[in-house]
Design a protein around this ligand. Structure first.
Ligand SMILES: [Zn+2]
Length: 368
């Protein structure tokens, strides 16, 4: 799927969330009061968060490395509310897959005996999200403690076969109550007896013996594809497509600030949280700097400017390069003169919309 189209869809849903929160913060408190919520705090929070989401990803700047046909995100201002904002959730997930995938591949290269598998652990559905989340979290902590005790010879568990793991909590709600589960990538030194582990899990949770274990293989069956498995682990903690805005808000308020990711064993210490939501840039290649803004009217990102730039090489050289390229700070209300634009860049995956710029310049003439 085209990246701009994908981001347009994410931003659209992000604005739906923003509108929902704006409405919520304007409600009359007595209408919301069901005796259980602290309404004024919730309304204040809705107001604050809605303005943060409002400012998220209103513009995107890509470096289009046309010599290798690669496009990378170089600038964006984000809200970082990944439990509410699909744009931030998607960027975070893809950065996590990228960074943690390298770590797992390295560990597998150094330990050829290890078998990568995906394990899913589930507890029973329920209406109280806080209670259900604490239940699965405590159950999983017990299983991890059992593994530690077994390593010291104090007990036995199938879970000692897990030499390392990265895991995440996911919470869905398809109208049947909250359904918490854990996705984990596990590196095993021997195959787990699924029915035994299932019994152990039931003894801990008292309400679920559901465990799924799948070997990680590529679709072609030839080479190992850890990235697909990682996508499963690092996809969103909340599936926005399955949750209405009200439930998303409830989940955010319950889960914000909680650790929803973890790692142990020989994958312990993995950098699970990305430092930045931007792509790594390739300083030694020339590129087109493509500036997009989100148009609420169109419900999509529009290409505003595209400027050819030389390879920057070093950050210290940036000023010189900027001068050489006669860079003007680009703002939607201050569009560049037409002569710095490169007409109709033929780039795969991005549909140029320069004709819209002509329209824009017509509607917003440059000051004399
Ligand atoms: Zn965001």
């Amino acid at each position: 799927m085209d990246r701009i189209a994908k981001y347009s869809g994410l931003k659209k849903r992000s604005l739906e969330m923003r509108d929902f929160l704006t409405d919520l913060s304007n409600e009359i408190p007595s209408l919301l009061d069901d005796g259980k919520r602290n309404i004024s705090t919730e309304m204040d929070e809705a107001k604050r968060v809605s303005s943060e989401i409002s400012g998220c990803a209103n513009f995107l700047v890509f470096h289009n490395y046309y010599t290798i046909e690669e496009i990378r995100l170089s600038k964006v201002i984000t809200c970082k509310k990944h439990l509410l904002c699909p744009f931030c959730a998607a960027r975070r997930a893809s950065k996590q897959v990228e960074k943690n995938g390298d770590r797992i591949k390295k560990v597998l290269e150094e330990n050829k005996n290890l078998i990568p598998v995906m394990i899913t652990l589930t507890v029973k559905n329920g209406d109280d999200l806080t209670e259900r989340f604490e239940h699965i979290k405590k159950s999983f902590q017990k299983l991890q403690q059992k593994r530690k005790d077994a390593i010291r010879g104090k007990t036995e568990t199938e879970f000692t076969k897990v030499k390392g793991s990265m895991f995440s909590y996911e919470l869905t709600n398809k109208g049947n109550g909250w359904h918490p589960h854990i996705h984990m990538i596990a590196l095993l030194d021997d195959y787990i007896d699924q029915s035994k582990l299932s019994k152990e899990w039931e003894a801990i949770t008292k309400d679920s013996k559901i465990i799924d274990i799948r070997k990680v293989t590529s679709k072609s069956g030839k080479t190992l594809d850890i990235s697909d498995a990682l996508l499963e682990v690092f996809k969103y903690a909340l599936k926005f497509s399955d949750l209405d805005l009200d439930l998303t808000w409830e989940a955010y308020r319950t889960l914000k600030g909680k650790r929803l990711l973890g790692a142990f064993g020989n994958l312990w210490g993995s950098t699970l949280e990305p430092e930045s939501l931007l792509d790594d840039l390739l300083d030694d290649l020339p590129y087109l700097e493509m500036f997009y803004t989100y148009s609420k009217h169109l419900g999509a990102y529009e290409l505003k400017t595209s400027i050819k730039k030389e390879a920057t090489q070093k950050v210290e050289d940036e000023k010189k390069v900027n001068q050489k390229n006669k860079i003007v700070i680009v703002r939607p209300e201050n569009p560049l003169p037409k002569d710095v634009l490169i007409p109709k860049p033929q780039i795969r995956g991005i549909k140029p919309k320069l004709s819209r710029l002509d329209q824009y310049l017509h509607d917003n003439p440059l000051p004399e």
